[in-house]
Each structure stands twice: as C-alpha cells, then as structure tokens.
Write a new protein. Structure first.
Ligand SMILES: [Zn+2]
Length: 819
C-alpha cells in the first residue's frame, strides 16, 4: 500500500511540471523554484508591469485570489493551521515556477503570521515575486472589515497595522492601491471615503442589492464614481466597481475547487471536454462584456479558502488561457490574461471614459425579496459592546503611551500590538457582525480580553510615569474595574480608602459623573485640592443582582460623584471611609418597591417625573412607560412613549426566498411588533436624588431598563438589560427599543456612517433605483453606529438617540424611532 501511494504522488507531480513546460516553452531547470540566486532586478511592481491585453479584443482579466475569513466557522487560528498556511505555501511555489502567474493576497492577519514562520531564504524569494508584481497585496487590512458595525477609528487602525507591516516588509511594492470588499454584506459611504483618503485608486465589491444590481446591469453602471463625503468633495471620490454576477467566486463552470470539471484536453482520453470549455469561455466573455463600457472584464478565479492546493486552479487557468488565446489566429476576439484588480483598473483608466456618480451608500443589502441582511447590524450585541469598549481602551492606551513617551524598556509597542491585532481581527465581517459560530465568538471575546489586559499594563506604566511615580511596579498600584457593566468591581468593594484616577482622551474639558460599585454608604470623596464633593449612593438594582455575572459581587450601592477632567489629562479623586452614613436614594413613589398599580378604567394615578435644570421626563402611571419629554429651556414638550418591544422571528429552512428564516445575518420579523403585556404589567420604580434620578422599569424577568437623568445634563440615558431571551416556545424574539413621539418627521430619518457623517433615509425609498419593498420592517433598517435622529425642521425639533455600540435602526412611522 505504502509504495503504490508514493508512486501515485510522484506521477502527479511529474505531470504538473510537464504541463508548465509545454505552456511556457521554457524548461524548468529546478525542482525547487525558490532558488533566488540569480540576477536580482530592480522592482517592477506597480501599474507599469500590468498586461493591458489587446486593444481590439475583449480582454478577460483572470484574477487568482483566495478569500480568507479571519474566523467564522472556525477560529482565526483554526483557519490558519487547517488551510491558510497551505494556501500561501502552494501559491508561492506556483508563482516562482512561472513568472507569468499572478496572485493577490488580502488579509494581513494571516500573511503576517505566515511570514513570521519563514526562513530568510524564503522571505527573500517571496519578496522577489512582490517586487515583480506577481504577488500583489490588495486592501492590506488586518482583515476585510465589515462596513456596518465598525467604527471609523477601528477601520483606520486595522488598516494602519496592515499597511505598516507591508511597508516595513516590502517597501513601496507592498503598498496596496485597491479596496477589495468582496464579501461584506452591504457597503458604507464612510468606508469609501476612508479608502479615498488612504490614496486608493478604486474599490471593488460583490454584494449589492439584487434590485440595485438589476438596474445597474441594464444601464451599464456597475462601475461608477462614488462621491463618498459631502464635506470632503473630490478628496473622497473613488472609482467603484460591483462585480458581475454579484459574486466573488469564479463564473459558473470555472470553479475547479467546488465541483466544476477540470479542463480535460487530451482527445484520446474519456470525458474530453476542452472544446466545450473553450466555447463556453468565449461565449461567457462576450455575454459579460455586453454589460460593461470598456473591452475589459474581470473574472475572480477563487473563493473562500481556495488555493490550498494552488495547482488545481493554476493548472486549469493555464489551459484556458492557452486555448482561448490560440483561437485568435482563427479570428477570435477574446484575449485571456493573468491579472490583478489594480491591473484591471489601470486598463479601465487607460480607456479614459467618464462614469455616472453615486452619493448615498449600499445599505441595506438584500439578495432576494425576503432576505435583507439587516440582522447582523444587531447580532451578538454583547460582543459588539465589548468591541467598542476595547476600541476606547485602545485609543486611550495609544494616547497615554505617547504622552508618557514610553520606550522599548516598557515593551509598550509589543504589548499594544496584542490589542491592535485583536481589534484588527474583530473588524472582520464575521466577527463584530456577530455572524460566526458561538465558539468562535467566545474566541473573539477572549482575544479582546487578552489585548485589553496587555494595554492596561501599558496604561498603568504610562500613568505612573506621568504622575512621577515609580514605574517599577505599577501593576500593584493601579487596578481597573472591568465589570462595571454589571456594577461589580472587586477593588472598590474590598477597599474603603483609595484614589481614583480619571483620564480624558478628548481635546476639550470633560465634566461627567463617575459611578463606582461599593459595599458601604459611609464614604466621602475629595478632589485633589481636598474639597469635599457632593456624592450620592444609588442602590444596586434587584435586576442587576439577579444577573449571573454579578454573582460573587458584594456591591450594594453605586457611589456617584461629579468629575472635571482637563483635555488629554487626568484628575485624581480620593475616596475615604467616613464616620456617618450618607443618605441613600429612596424610591419616591410607592413603598411596595414602586410598583405602580393602574388597572384600565380605574382612572389615572399621579404622574411621576425625573427632572433637572434642562429636562423633565414624565412617566405614565398606568403603563409604567416614559410618556413625554420637556425641554425646559424652550418650554417645549413632546409626547414620547419609550418602551422595549419585540418581533417574533420568522421560522423557515431558507430553501427559497419565501422560506427565509430570521437569523444572525437576516432580520425577518413574523408579524407586527409585540409589547411585553403577556409578561404582566411593567413595574416602575422612581428614585430621585441630588445628583442623579432614575426610573427603573421591569418588563419581564428577562428585560428591564433604567432611565437616568443627571444633574446638569441636557440629555438622559437609557440602560437596557435583556436576556437570556426565552426560547422554550421555540420562537425567536428580536427585541427593540421603541420611541413613539409626536414629532412630525414625515417619512425621513437620519443615521450615521461608521460614527462619522449622517445619511438621510427615506422610508421605502432608495435614491438611485425604484425600490419595491417586500419586507416593510427589515427593508427599512439601516446600520446605526453612533446615532440616529428624527426631526421636524419647521418647528426646529430633533430627537437624537446616541448608542454605545452598533445596532440596526429604523423609523417605520412618522415620529417613531426604533433600535
Ligand atoms: Zn468572508
């Protein structure tokens, strides 16, 4: 058995080399193509080395590529070891064996790791293929980031680490020129703006709404100019191409790694198919060319994790190129070439045409009538929240290490790279989107946790240095409270005399309130001039105490006090045990814990309010819900009913469009929105205090809220706690925060793009095509990265909701907002 197995493998390799020899007419001199000990030419990378094809023919740019997700069904590590390392090994073997071959590589999270494992000999050999433009880096981010759930600062950061690696490693030949967002599920205007500001020359993607695609294919506008920022103008305009067939895989018939037959070109053998393959290629090229404005078309020759045996594709593409181009002597006008997206773009550029323009974005994306990819705007809300928190920590970490001018002795760059690289992976379009397998999502959270810990060490050393303290053992001195989301912090629960250092990463003075979980209300707080501050003790809610994550915590109160922190500076406060207990908040309304009774028809009970200098929030006794908001400065009051509600998830097996289920990617509600009435009355408890007042609402044993108004604030907070969502009825529930107001917003609302500029949204409408909405809820949902608002310009009224993580949002009726 052993010997026959071995001889088969020998035969296979022998055949492979014979083929290469025949096509290129030069004899392969070596078994090992990684022999670089020959003349070393000047780099010839860049547009100059592109094959621009034949001027009077249809030029088919065949782009060998692989799409390597930084985690999805497997962890990022799993994919590397199971597949990606072999892709990079075998592809580079092929590139060395034949200098006409090209390949693009995209995801630096994988390439960086592979590069680090190479010998100097191999690195030198790879660098030659980069210098010759055979191996070209496209996009060059740590991952191919999602565009809906990502914050602009994280998009920039994740490309920065990729670009820096490429520049340091390959010099100018490593610099990417093209955005390559082939798999993200919808496309953001801010992403295109950032790409243009990177200096990219173009952007290609595959996923575009099927109705939009239908219109663009008819009008030959899959390729167009995107004006991606109303404020930056030309600086943010970018050539953009949506790929033919809404796909980044090979055209049907040429996917040699997914079941399509190889080119069988020996007529003496059974299953000879070369003539059919050739005829199909020529006809497919002519068909595709009808929908494009130049004589160039692009075919993406690869897909998810393809090329782990690069021979499978390259051998067949070699045969196709040879057969297709041989027909030119018979008058064929089709020319096939190895190419890259940048060479394809260069060919278009040489044609010097003008294109139509677009100013909005490509959200939401639907690939059929009931399949709107709007679920992932919200999926795995906790992971999205953790990712945003980690981004904040990374920004502070970078600032503090720069301000403190840490040197290598502190390993700060090394430590910060953990979080930079983890965040790079988290931006991936199956990571922050919440669309990975559960164990992969846990792995993402673990990566963030490790990165945050490393960065906190950097922050401790930085703060110590800035405070002129010994930096020998800052880890002992400084502690972080990482579980504040469940009102738990071991350090503040077990100490009653400690200092609190608050850092302000903004370039302006910030005044806000700090909350610390504590066990006693016998504490006082002083500022750095030893002035005693106003404080307030807010009891930890019974809903918080029920959380699994709270168990083991001893905190009874949240100690609230105001802080003022200078720009890019810090302020120190001292917490001390005092002799006398401070007043704690009492619930104002009912002694039964504030449960306000109100049977229908029994008449209204007194309204309850939260009020400060700027705002008055009124709650309806009967429903337990917020009912109106008053802007006291303008003496302006609007009706505003806010509550948690939920949609039932559509069940289905996804077999066809009408059987589309709701899930992590797709949001498809089944019927109208439901309130929580089947779980009993909403319990309302109001606490009024000198610094903060709270309305606590319990909708069910798995859904509660706190509406919070601080002294001196011209906004209020809503903190929701939802889950675990019960599924014992086998019906999914998609929870929303709903605002129903009297604002005359008509059918218009506004959402942000990646935390930057706002886009105008009009219900059941798309600016560039005649939109037929087959999903009245999901088809109106858009990504809300940092804010959503409705307004009545005639009355100068606007309601803005700022969220702390990415969500989906919509305005489905005049005056309504939901997230
Ligand atoms: Zn992907």
């Amino acid at each position: 058995m052993e010997s026959s197995h071995r001889s088969f493998r020998c035969l296979f390799f022998f055949c492979a080399f014979i083929l290469v020899e025949k096509i290129h007419g030069n004899t392969l001199r070596r078994q090992n193509p990684f022999n670089f000990e020959q003349d070393y030419d000047e780099p010839t990378c860049g547009y100059e080395q592109c094959n621009l094809g034949q001027p009077d023919m249809i030029n088919v740019h065949l782009v060998p590529h692989t799409h390597d997700d930084a985690g999805w069904l497997q962890t990022v590590d799993g994919y590397y070891y199971n597949t990606v390392q072999y892709i990079l090994d075998t592809v580079n073997f092929e590139l060395h064996a034949d200098p006409t071959k090209k390949f693009i590589y995209v995801e630096m999270a994988f390439f960086y790791r592979w590069w680090n494992e190479l010998s100097d000999h191999m690195r030198h050999a790879i660098k030659r293929t980069v210098d010759k433009g055979q191996l070209e880096f496209i996009l060059g981010g740590w991952s191919m980031n999602d565009e809906a759930c990502t914050h602009y600062s994280s998009i920039i950061d994740q490309h920065t680490i990729g670009f820096k690696f490429l520049l340091d490693t390959f010099g100018k030949c490593g610099i990417p020129k093209i955005g390559w967002q082939i798999d993200p599920f919808g496309h953001s205007r801010e992403q295109a703006s950032i790409f243009a500001q990177f200096g990219f020359d173009g952007l290609f993607f595959a996923r575009i709404d099927y109705q939009d695609y239908g219109e663009r294919i008819k009008t030959k506008t899959l390729e167009h100019m995107w004006f991606a920022s109303p404020t930056l103008g030309d600086q943010a305009s970018l050539f953009t191409g949506a790929l033919y067939g809404m796909s980044y895989s090979p055209p049907p018939g040429y996917c040699f790694e997914c079941g399509d037959s190889p080119v069988r070109d020996d007529p003496r053998l059974d299953d000879y198919n070369a003539d059919q393959k050739l005829a199909k290629f020529l006809s497919d090229a002519k068909e595709q060319a009808k929908y494009f404005t130049t004589n160039h078309i692009i075919w993406t020759m690869g897909s998810d994790f393809h090329y782990s045996n690069a021979r499978i594709n390259f051998k067949n593409i070699d045969k196709l190129i040879k057969m297709v181009n041989a027909q030119q002597s018979n008058g064929s006008k089709v020319n096939a070439i190895y190419s890259t997206p940048s060479c394809y773009l260069y060919a278009l550029n040489k044609a010097n045409l003008t294109y139509t323009s677009k100013k909005d974005d490509f959200f939401p994306y639907a690939h059929r009538s009931h399949t709107f990819w709007t679920g992932y705007f919200t999926s795995r809300s906790n992971l999205k929240g953790y990712e945003r928190t980690a981004n904040n920590i990374l920004q502070v970490c970078k600032q503090l290490s720069a301000l403190a001018q840490l040197d290598d002795e502190h390993s700060s760059q090394f430590k910060m790279n953990f979080l930079k690289q983890s965040m790079g992976v988290l931006q991936h379009h199956d990571a922050v989107t919440g669309t990975s397998k559960q164990y992969v999502a846990y792995n993402y959270a673990k990566m963030l946790s490790t990165g945050i810990k490393e960065c906190q060490d950097v922050m401790k050393v930085s703060i110590s240095k800035l405070m002129n303290k010994s930096v020998m053992d800052p880890i002992e001195d400084f502690q972080f409270c990482n579980l504040m989301n469940v009102s738990s912090c071991k350090f503040t629960e077990t100490n009653q005399n400690f200092a609190v250092v608050v850092y302000n990463p903004f370039s302006q003075m910030v005044g806000q309130y700090i909350k610390l979980p504590v066990t006693s209300n016998q504490l006082t707080v002083f500022d750095d001039k030893l002035m005693k501050l106003d404080v307030q003790f807010v009891p930890v809610s019974s809903e918080t105490k029920k959380l699994a994550e709270f168990q083991g915590s001893a905190s009874q109160f949240e100690l609230v006090f105001p802080v003022q922190v200078p720009p890019l500076g810090y302020a120190t406060y001292f917490v001390n045990k005092s002799k006398k207990a401070m007043d704690t908040l009492e619930s104002k309304s009912r002694s039964d814990g504030g449960h306000i009774e109100g049977e229908s028809g029994s008449g209204q009970l007194d309204a309850n309010t939260l009020e400060n200098e700027y705002l008055k929030l009124t709650f309806d006794n009967k429903t337990g819900l917020l009912s109106s908001i008053m802007n006291k400065e303008r003496k302006l009051e609007i009706n505003a009913v806010q509550s948690l509600k939920y949609y039932l998830s559509m069940a289905g097996d996804n077999w066809n469009g009408s059987r589309q289920a709701s899930g992590a990617y797709i949001f498809r509600p089944d019927g109208d929105v439901q309130d929580f009435s089947k779980f009993g009355k909403t319990k309302l408890t109001i606490f009024n205090g000198n610094l903060v007042s709270e309305a606590r609402q319990v909708f069910s044993d798995w859904a509660s809220q706190v509406i919070r108004l601080y002294k001196g604030a011209n906004h209020f907070e809503i903190e929701w706690t939802v889950g675990p969502i019960p599924d014992n009825d086998r019906v999914g529930k998609e929870v929303i925060s709903s605002f129903e107001t009297s604002i005359k917003s008509e059918d218009v609302f506004y959402t942000d793009a990646n935390g930057r500029e706002m886009l105008k949204r009009v219900r059941n409408y798309r600016p560039t095509w005649n939109f037929e909405n087959t999903e009245p809820v999901s088809g109106n949902y858009f990504p809300v990265n940092s804010r959503i608002y409705i307004q009545d310009p005639s009355k100068n009224i606007q309601l803005t909701v700022l969220n702390d993580r990415s969500q989906g949002g919509a305005s489905l009726k005049e005056g309504h907002l939901e997230l």
